[in-house]
Write a protein of this length. Sequence first.
Length: 132
Amino acid sequence: VGRAVAICLGPWIGLTGTIYGIALVALLYCAALLCFAKESTGYQPVPMLMGLVGPAISSIVAAGLCFAALQALPENATGTLIGLFSGLAAFAACMLLIDRKGLIEDWESARNLMSQRQRTQLAQGAPGPDIQ
């Protein structure tokens, strides 16, 4: 609702005001989630926020590289794609450097969940995916 209000106020507050409004709503939403998650799940906000440090640093590096590439390359589709893919590569490289252990743990968790789901489907007689 807050984002819709910020967008609807756009003609009066301008594009910059709309962007600030959406950012404010996003920050309030994030703060509310952190507070309510603490009460309902028992998790502390600080460890959850610490898990976002790696992706935040990686995003800043990737955005900087993408911006630099877009400034240096010609303004066409090829330049835009090169900028996007250079940012994606920078993000992936930073995440591997900063949080390799966490990524490996996440990948293992996802693989375990997928294999458990497949075993459950096979046990119930449902056809599983055709993996060769």
